[in-house]
Design a protein around this ligand. Structure first.
Ligand SMILES: [Mg+2]
Length: 210
């Protein structure tokens, strides 16, 4: 089978790292780690307005953030067993194409780059020109990933973002949605919730990915 794999919050522990930086910068209190999620950022509106949050995002992403991320437990062993079983992997991220060097360098350092047939980043033209600079833009990310999923003829896509997951599923591609505090409402007949990487390799082993 051909498998598309998102990077942030599927391979890389991004949200928790991001919120810790955010909390340190603006001296805000965070809840327990298991309830941390992207959805929390909006709750800081009264302390940190949206425009400042967008500036923080750009500043953070332009810095060392992507280079310093950790991987989720079991990623490396899971990708190894998936590829060894004859399946094909493509990393497909909504990170901007201009972050290719930091992204591929990180994947190489984590010894994950060798598992992927291709690494897809979001081309400039896929951003909505009128969108706020630095803004989180799940709708255009969803359209971009759904298009790539169809082009590659993917059998399944590992994703965490609920808007993106629904766009991919609407395009007729199955999604294995990594369970996160920010995606609990996502539902679709082609979306299947998974706990972790052991869950994904279990599905592939039991069902051949069907
Ligand atoms: Mg993600």
């Amino acid at each position: 089978m051909k498998l598309g794999i998102d990077l942030d919050d599927v391979v890389a522990v991004a949200c928790v790292a991001y919120l810790k930086r955010f909390a340190a910068e603006y001296s805000v209190e965070l809840p327990d780690e298991e309830s941390l999620g992207w959805h929390l950022l909006d709750t800081f509106e009264h302390l940190v307005p949206r425009a400042e949050r967008d500036r923080f995002r750009t500043r953070t992403y332009d810095g060392t953030f992507f280079a310093e991320l950790e991987t989720y437990d079991g990623v490396s062993g899971a990708l190894d067993s998936i590829v060894n079983a004859g399946h094909e992997i493509h990393f497909i991220t909504a990170r901007s194409e201009r972050r290719r060097v930091v992204t591929e360098t990180w994947l190489r350092e984590k010894d994950l780059l060798r598992y992927a047939q291709t690494v897809r980043l979001k081309p400039r033209g896929d951003f909505i020109p009128t969108a706020r600079p630095g803004a989180y833009d799940p709708d255009s990310s969803g359209r971009y990933k759904a298009r790539v999923a169809r082009e590659l003829g993917l059998d399944a896509f590992c994703e965490d973002d609920p808007v993106v997951a629904e766009a991919i599923a609407d395009a007729g591609v199955r999604v294995w949605l990594f369970d996160r505090p920010w995606n609990r409402d996502a539902e679709h007949r082609l979306i299947r919730r998974v706990r972790d990487w052991a869950d994904v390799t279990g599905i592939i082993a039991r069902e051949g990915g069907a």
